[in-house]
Design a protein around this ligand. Sequence first.
Ligand SMILES: *Cc1c(COP(=O)(O)O)cnc(C)c1O
Length: 345
Amino acid sequence: MHSPAVLSVDLNALARNYHTLGRQIGALVHPVVKADGYGLGAAPCAQRLMAEGARTFFVARAAEGVALRTALGPEPIIYVLDGCHGAVAADFKAADVRPVLNQPAQMAAWAGAGGGACGLQIDTGMNRIGFRPEDAPEAFEGLALVLTHLACADEPSNPMNRRQRDLFDAVTQRYPGALRSFANSSGCFLGADFAFDAARPGVALFGGGPEGRPDERIAPVAALLADVLQVREVPAGESVGYSRGFVADRPVRVATVATGYADGVLRSYSPLGEAWVAGETRRLLGRVSMDVCAVDVTGLDVAVGDKVELFGPNRPLDAAAAAAGTISYELLTSITPRVPRIYRQ
Ligand SMILES: *Cc1c(COP(=O)(O)O)cnc(C)c1O
């Protein structure tokens, strides 16, 4: 059935970003496909990344790891960043999914389930998850990969980046047999010193710029496209939408577009949101409502059924996120299940 709003996913662009990131950092690229591939669909995205050469993937949750194993078959390595708690450790074994161990209780749980290949997270400054360097365990049987996560990688000149790098370099001397995994998307652009053995990019694979703004090195992957439902002329003095969020000070032509916050078009787009329509970037008018939003199409030749792009190749994801007061990550992961994902390759 025709859906008036779709998320179009360009798998060729995903593949280009994968290779760009690898060239940029000069390390293995282990894609992060948590949160259903940043909302784009973990299985089809990871399948394409496998075809491009990826052999190790990261997700956040155990259930994401188990689902990805089913989608990808037995070959690739899958790490779960959350690690394994208590009884869940057996499920990791059953699905052949590796935990990233973050605290002593997880080490005990993994050993209790029989142990085996796993990762270890060192917290080099985020104070979020993982072992502090001074509490990091000695090398142990099964340890295959050690990672840490950058706090400020989207700010290349922030001295925190080098502090974390040097701390990681020092602590990983203890684990000579383990692969060292360091850079996230933004980290891939910090230079060769930050390569270590493997990178874990997420958002840049899916089109997010490494510094939170549109970046020509990263290809747009996702496009949120919605149909025009109705076009009307609104005279001066009348208003559009809830709470009279927009009041016309001159006659305007308004396109009502079939996408709203129930699709993930954030209500915080009002009042700065824009959309691309009929070859131009135009402002959203008034409040985004649940199923529709309004776009100023004054002077444009727009008809029912025409496509409006909320973000995509013509309306950069990072610019759209900034207009909503947020970041590309949140924009992508906010797209709801009501919006079909359509894959192009
Ligand atoms: C989400 C996440 C990543 C990927 O981060 P991006 O900024 O999307 O590239 C890498 N490592 C860890 C530990 C994460 O939580």
